[in-house]
Design a binder for this molecule. Structure first.
Ligand code: NAI
Length: 628
């Protein structure tokens, strides 16, 4: 059966109401512009919701607009920039099905025809009103004989067309629904990409957040493989609003919760979720992953990923992303501040002042300029700290387990002992791998220079706290700054218990090294973009658990993404399938890690559904995805 699509113009084909935009142009020099535009908007909405007759609304709006013929050219130029995103994306659909597409609008042909014909819509398939002008080119009214200027005009117009086939109406207003109500269409899609009206949604057969959804339901989509509005995202634990904004703009369907969820809740919730965003409290366990049926990616909106069973994710073909350097600068700034504070003995001075003691003295108070800073762990944080410290005039040394590029004039130490023996300030920035548990203890403090200061902003379990306390109370160390502890309170209500409380010249902070507004915003930006890139191109650069591949954008090809257990021969078997179906491979990428293999194959446009089935059936396939 033939399928006909009847499509509305204002707020559907374009993302604005054209008459509102015309008002912006025609009233640009009027002193009461804002007031009149607001009135026009209210009348439009009232008409759209079915609250006022269409003619009445049109007469009122035209009067307020005071528009002229020459304003229409400007209007068309501006409307061209306001085509709905999913319409723009699906230009091919309009060209391919031009015989079966009609634009039906209560707007005006004068601006609709120049816009839609650029997309291949036939001019004689546009049904809309026409303006009337006086001899000075002022718009003074509209052709009252046109059926579309009457109530229920859209339905009457469709009746005249006598379309034989399945008629679907796509629009955002009540007048679009009226076609279906009159029995002249089999389906009404409420189009919500630009506006969503409750009264219209109630009447819809389907809610279409984009044109992709309509085309997907009708098996006609060519622009994207899967409508983004069908990708469900669950965000937990108060993730920065920027992340919400980015994911929403991408077209995903969002569910947001401020708290975390326990395992049982998650097991239920995760079933229909494609992307989950968490922070440090939510545990993504093997059981949670096992119950996930559509999960493509986990976004850890933080640095650590200990709360996620990365292996379980891998086995299920779920990519995990985090924000490894979004708060690097924040930690570095705190470290710099603390180095200065400790060498000036500020913790002591400020404590005394609060007790009413005025202790003015330069004794044992030093500038940091010319002092030796020893950085243990020269990763993201360690190396950036070295740059800032050097700029402040410090002489910087580092020690790392692996060879690292030294920044500026920073010197590498071959052993940790060498670094401990020379540094005035020792600062730890190693990662939290298991072997680093209690790796800095009594012997290390002993090897530090008498009068040196110690800083730990990395992980609590790395330092033996008893040894640190002894080094401070004996006066061997001049002071310390500690942000992370072996046992940290689970929430802000719990008491902080530590042997370091009350130690001289010691700055204690509640694990806030990376906690700044800027860092939160960086994370809110970084993680969603990594995930979107993965969904749209298959790229896994910056994934915590997947083999990392950075892929070019797809051009005129299909991209087949095949995730499998890492056993020999899979690529060969895939290529046999391609050869059998005489498929031309445009590009192929393979990366593996110990657990999985990830093969991305770009092929020429045309392929056979049977081929996809054969690829999916290859033994050891975990997941298969097609992009176009
Ligand atoms: P990174 O992974 O970029 O760098 C860690 C470096 O330490 C690597 O170069 C590694 O080779 C080295 N390393 C590991 N073990 C070592 C050892 N035993 N001896 C010498 N070098 C060793 O990590 P990044 O981003 O620089 O973070 C460093 C630490 O800071 C991490 O433990 C992280 O959890 C912590 N952190 C703390 C924050 C806070 O709020 N206080 C915020 C952000 C990170």
């Amino acid at each position: 059966m033939k399928k006909y699509f009847i499509i509305d113009f204002d707020s559907t084909f374009t993302n604005v109401e054209a008459l509102d935009l015309l008002g912006e142009i025609s009233l640009s020099n009027s002193s009461d512009k804002a007031q009149r535009l607001e009135q026009i908007k209210q009348i439009t909405d009232n008409g759209m919701d079915g609250g006022m007759s269409f003619r009445e609304s049109l007469v009122k709006r035209l009067k307020l607009l005071e528009a002229k013929k020459q304003h229409l050219d400007q209007l068309v130029t501006r409307l061209k920039e306001r085509i709905s995103i999913s319409f723009h994306r699906n230009e091919e659909f309009f060209r391919k099905h031009a015989d079966h597409i009609y634009i039906l609008s209560n707007g005006f042909k004068e601006f609709i025809v120049p816009i839609v014909t650029e997309y291949g819509v036939k001019p004689d398939h546009v049904y809309a009103n026409t303006f009337e002008f006086d001899d000075q080119d002022n718009i003074i009214g509209f052709d009252q004989n046109n059926i579309l200027s009457r109530n229920n005009g859209k339905a009457k117009q469709i009746e005249r067309l006598r379309l034989d086939g399945e008629v679907s109406v796509i629009g955002d207003g009540y007048t679009d629904y009226e076609i279906k109500e009159a029995g002249l269409a089999s389906k009404f899609y409420a189009f919500t990409e630009n506006v969503s009206r409750d009264k219209v949604l109630e009447k819809a057969d389907h809610v279409a957040p984009s044109l992709d959804e309509v085309l997907y339901l009708n098996k006609m989509n060519t622009a994207i493989s899967y409508p983004k509005n069908r990708i469900k995202v669950l965000l937990l634990e108060n993730i920065h609003p920027l992340a919400e904004k980015i994911l929403k703009e991408e077209g995903y369907q969002l569910e947001v919760h401020s708290g975390s969820m326990d395992e049982q809740e998650l097991i239920e919730k995760i079933k229909k979720v494609s992307i989950i965003g968490i922070r440090s409290k939510t545990q993504i366990t093997e059981k949670v992953i096992d119950s996930a049926q559509r999960l493509l990616a986990v976004g850890a909106f933080c640095i650590g990923t200990n709360q996620i069973d990365l292996q379980a994710c891998l086995r299920k073909g779920v990519a995990v992303f985090n924000a490894p350097f979004s708060n690097t600068r924040s930690v570095v700034e705190l470290a710099i501040a603390e180095i200065i504070m400790l060498l000036r003995k500020i913790p002591e001075r400020t404590k005394e002042m609060h007790q009413g003691k005025w202790h003015k003295s330069a004794q044992a108070s030093y500038e940091i300029r010319g002092k030796k800073l020893g950085i243990i762990g020269y990763g993201n944080i360690g190396s950036q700290l070295s740059v800032l410290a050097e700029n402040l005039g410090m002489e910087v040394y580092y020690y790392d387990l692996v060879e690292k590029l030294a920044m500026g004039n920073v010197k590498q130490c071959q052993t940790m002992d060498e670094l401990l023996g020379l540094a005035d300030v020792v600062t730890l920035h190693v990662d939290g791998r298991g072997s680093n548990r209690s790796f800095f203890g009594k012997e290390h403090f002993r090897k530090m220079k008498p009068g040196a200061a110690f800083i730990n902003l990395s992980r609590g379990f790395i330092v033996d706290i008893e040894s640190l306390r002894d080094a401070l109370s004996s006066g061997h160390l001049v002071g310390a700054a500690v942000d992370v502890f072996p046992q940290e309170p689970k929430n802000n209500q719990e008491e902080f218990i530590s042997e370091l409380r009350g130690m001289p010249n010691t700055i204690l902070t509640p694990h806030i090294g990376g906690s700044t507004q800027e860092a939160q915003e960086n994370i809110g930006h970084f993680v969603p973009n990594q995930i979107i890139q993965y969904i749209n191109t298959g790229s896994t650069s910056n994934s915590v658990n997947f083999p990392q591949v950075l892929l070019p954008m797809l051009k005129n090809a299909h991209r087949l993404m095949h995730i499998h257990h890492n056993v020999p021969g899979i690529l060969a078997r895939m290529n046999l399938v391609f050869a059998k179906h005489q498929i031309n491979i445009v590009g192929q990428y393979l990366k593996t890690n110990e657990t999985i293999g990830y093969v991305i194959t770009d092929i020429d446009k045309e392929y056979d559904a049977q081929m996809i089935e054969e690829l999916k059936r290859i033994d050891h396939t975990i997941r298969f995805r097609v992009l176009y």
